[in-house]
Design a protein around this ligand. Structure first.
Ligand code: SF4
Length: 380
């Protein structure tokens, strides 16, 4: 079945081209420590063997950047680097990768010293000099606070959308067109809405689709499928990632899942999940990456899912995140949130911190909070 495709422009990422009717590319991200060069090369190659068209790797420090230069020598994968606040690392990394992903929500820090436009101009300069594409990666849990303040608290879509559109306009003004955009949320319905609205405004910009923190399979695959079916059937999406919480040895399953969803949509095997609502227990968990602070994170996410199964009929969201970089922000909207540090797990109720507990103490603490939450709702 020929799917309609938005008339996006072509963007080269290493050996592939996305947009302009090219096949939808499938991506994943290494969850190994970037400085563990052997492990990262092995994982990048395993992802490529599974069919990954692009492999993303996080770089948070100069040693990470140096490792990427070595990784580049040992793999033919099309590499994308994930930058956070450390945008200046782009200069070291640019020559060794094919794409630079930055998050607009991570560039507002120290705004008075340097406005985001100057930082983006710098990244664009590096990308131009290094023959790299750029992804403007907007994430629900880390939107520029100034942008969020412009809208009602219950409108999380508009700040993401405006942020993406502003950055597109700015890159356009610099004459840089080799970019794509992603707008990710852990709620598939919000992913559908924000990407649809963006595509109406900028049908020319290639889009990378994903449901962030979708969690473990099979739930994480189902959530992602819901969003992809709706968007891709309408011509939206040039590259995709299925983000799943998996141990490193199973990371290629993200690629298998992405390819399967695309194959099903292309064959018309679309299941109708339009009325899907998160009205039951919803465990969201990050897919992990090199920033995970304790290897026990994956097991913890699995234990949380098993321990909380008794609450399956309650409309409660529990978030489990692997690190301090995104964990604190991305647990704010959950009813209960856990984000992992090296030796303790931080427990939150909405945006409020409850305390930090050892890995062997956290499950009973979480259960106590979950029981209180359920009892409070039943009494209301
Ligand atoms: Fe990586 Fe942290 Fe995001 Fe998990 S929450 S994927 S560990 S950055």
């Amino acid at each position: 079945m020929d799917l309609p495709r938005n008339p996006t422009r072509a963007v080269n990422i290493g050996s592939i081209t996305i947009g302009n009717g090219n096949p939808i590319a499938v991506q994943s991200m290494c969850a190994t420590h970037t400085q563990d060069i052997d492990a990262t090369v092995a994982q990048a190659n395993a992802l490529v063997a599974a069919g990954a068209n692009v492999v993303r790797i996080a770089a948070d420090s100069k040693p990470d950047a140096a490792a990427l230069a070595e990784i580049r020598k040992q793999t033919t994968a099309n590499l994308s680097v994930d930058l956070q606040e450390n945008y200046r690392l782009a200069e070291i990394i640019g020559p060794h990768v094919d794409k630079i992903r930055y998050n607009p929500g991570h560039l507002y820090h120290h705004e008075r010293e340097k406005p985001w436009q100057e930082k983006v101009k710098y990244i664009v300069g590096v990308a131009g000099d290094s023959d790299c594409a750029i992804r403007i990666g907007v994430n629900c849990g880390s939107v520029d606070p100034a942008m969020a303040d412009k809208y009602d608290d219950d409108d999380s879509i508009s700040p993401m959308l405006e942020s993406a559109l502003d950055h597109c306009e700015f890159l356009d003004s610099l004459g840089f067109q080799r970019y794509c955009v992603s707008l990710k949320d852990s709620d598939p319905q919000k992913v559908i809405e924000v990407n649809r609205r963006f595509a109406v405004e900028r049908p020319d910009v290639p889009m990378h689709l994903g449901v962030t923190e979708a969690g473990m399979p099979p739930d994480g695959i189902i959530k992602t499928r819901i969003a992809f079916e709706q968007l891709i059937s309408q011509g939206i999406g040039d590259t995709v990632r299925v983000s799943l919480t998996l141990p490193n040895s199973r990371k290629p399953e993200e690629i298998d899942a992405g390819r399967q969803i695309l194959a099903d949509i292309a064959a018309g095997r679309v299941r109708s999940f339009v009325d899907f609502q998160l009205d039951t227990l919803n465990i969201i968990s990050c897919p992990s990456c090199s920033r995970v602070e304790n290897e026990a994170f994956i097991e913890l996410a699995q234990d949380v899912k098993e321990m909380t199964a008794y609450a399956k009929d309650h409309a409660i969201t529990i978030a489990v995140m692997g690190c301090r970089v995104n964990g604190p922000g991305e647990t704010d909207d959950a009813d209960l949130g856990l984000w992992c540090g090296p030796t303790v797990v931080n427990l939150k109720k909405g945006p409020q911190s409850i305390g930090a507990y050892g890995y062997d103490e956290i499950l009973p603490r979480l259960k106590a909070e979950l029981d209180k939450l359920i009892a409070g709702r039943e009494a209301a």
